[in-house]
Design a protein around this ligand. Structure first.
Ligand SMILES: *Cc1c(COP(=O)(O)O)cnc(C)c1O
Length: 371
């Protein structure tokens, strides 16, 4: 039996009729750019999040760029974020001309450690981008307390956290804005690139829509220099079919995570640590283990696909060599990168598949112990 890390085919099979109809409707109507489904999706996704304004855009990377631009973060500014994330989080900070400043992570949750933020603050610090990695929100009460004290903007990178909460308050209700990716493998995925920004601030969302559409106020009148980052109507149509299923899909992910925790509890692995204040949406199920590479090889031999999110901390990426960081600067992130392993998790996963993954892990662990 082969078990993939994510199975997009299973979801399409389930929704095929509705998706095919939605796509055909757009093609027949021909409103490919800024069509009806785009504004409807923005409204519906805002409702899903609990009542936020939404600006859709081309992808989750642009969502970060647009939020930074609209919050007027630019040349000379410093923005604090985590080295344990996908490169987009930091790439966009330098795209607006600002400087990414990394802060080490919590060894249990693997999220940015608020206790370490103060030491990284300078007179130039303008914003924090906490990343709600794997579907768990960062300790937003602590992060917002720092932000208020030092007058910093906060952009929540929620590319992996559609519908997550902290202390019962949803993603996007804490910071100035939350950014989303609808990359196909995310909890809510399009059939190509797609993204969006959500906020309580209607004017900020208006500004983001403007920047994302060439800074337009009229067809050929441009208020600011913008970019072309509009959500395709075809993608909006797919997302609108999927969105009503997202709450149940997130619940299914939580049930799978629960099964994993129960079936793996006796193994010499570190299971995910969830803060009691967090409502998790389980984008990834990430274990930590010293002999990660050997274990990974063993379970892949049993047909189980795995992932590493992410193998190289951002401060050690060649792309960021100019920032001047060195190995040892963020020891917890560096250690985590060597130990993390993402197991298959997707809503359509069957109990049988979960059992197979766990059986492969049991077998691999006993081989590791006896060797
Ligand atoms: C996926 C992801 C992004 C980027 O989203 P794209 O839609 O691929 O541009 C940004 N941040 C995090 C944490 C992500 O997981």
């Amino acid at each position: 039996m082969h078990i993939p890390l994510v199975d997009l085919q299973a979801q399409y099979t389930y929704l095929q009729k509705e998706i095919d109809q939605a796509l055909a409707r757009v093609v027949q109507k021909g409103d490919f750019i800024q069509g009806h489904d785009v504004s409807l999706f923005e409204k519906e996704f805002g409702q899903f999040l609990g009542g936020l304004s939404v600006a859709s855009c081309g992808n989750g990377t642009d969502a970060l760029y647009l939020a930074l631009r609209a919050l007027e973060i630019g040349p000379g500014d410093e923005v604090i974020t985590t080295p344990h994330t996908f490169i987009a989080t930091a790439e966009t900070i330098s795209q607006v001309g600002a400087i990414p400043v990394f802060v080490d992570i919590d060894p249990h949750t693997l999220l940015i450690d608020p206790k370490k933020i103060s030491a990284a603050l300078t007179a130039k610090t303008k914003a924090i981008i906490p990343v709600h990695l794997y579907g768990q929100m960062c300790p937003m009460d602590q992060i917002m307390a720092i932000a208020h004290k030092f007058n910093l903007k906060v952009i929540e990178d929620a590319a992996q956290a559609h519908g997550a909460c902290w202390e019962g308050k949803g993603v996007g209700f804490w910071g100035d804005a939350a950014t989303f990716s609808f990359f196909p493998g995310k909890n809510l995925g399009a059939y190509g690139d797609a993204g969006g920004v959500a906020s309580q601030n209607v004017e900020l969302i208006y500004k983001i829509k403007q920047i994302a559409n060439h800074g337009r106020v009229e067809k050929y009148e441009h208020l600011v220099e913008g970019i072309n980052s509009r959500l395709d109507t075809l993608q909006a149509a797919v997302l609108r079919v999927k969105l009503p299923h997202l709450p149940l899909w997130n619940k299914a992910r939580a049930r799978i995570a629960e099964s994993y925790c129960r079936l793996l509890q006796d193994l010499p692995l570190q299971l995910p640590s969830i803060d009691p204040k967090a409502t998790m949406v389980w984008h990834q199920f990430v274990i930590q283990v010293e002999e990660r590479d050997t274990l990974r090889k063993l379970i892949e031999e049993s047909g189980i696909s795995t992932g590493i999110h992410y193998p190289i901390p951002l401060h050690l990426q060649k792309a960021f060599a100019y920032l001047g960081y060195r190995p040892g600067d963020f020891p917890i992130a560096e250690q985590a990168a060597k130990k993390i392993l993402s197991l298959p998790i997707y809503p359509e996963m069957t109990q049988e598949q979960i059992a197979s993954v766990c059986a492969a892990l049991h077998k691999a662990c006993s081989l590791l112990i006896s060797s």
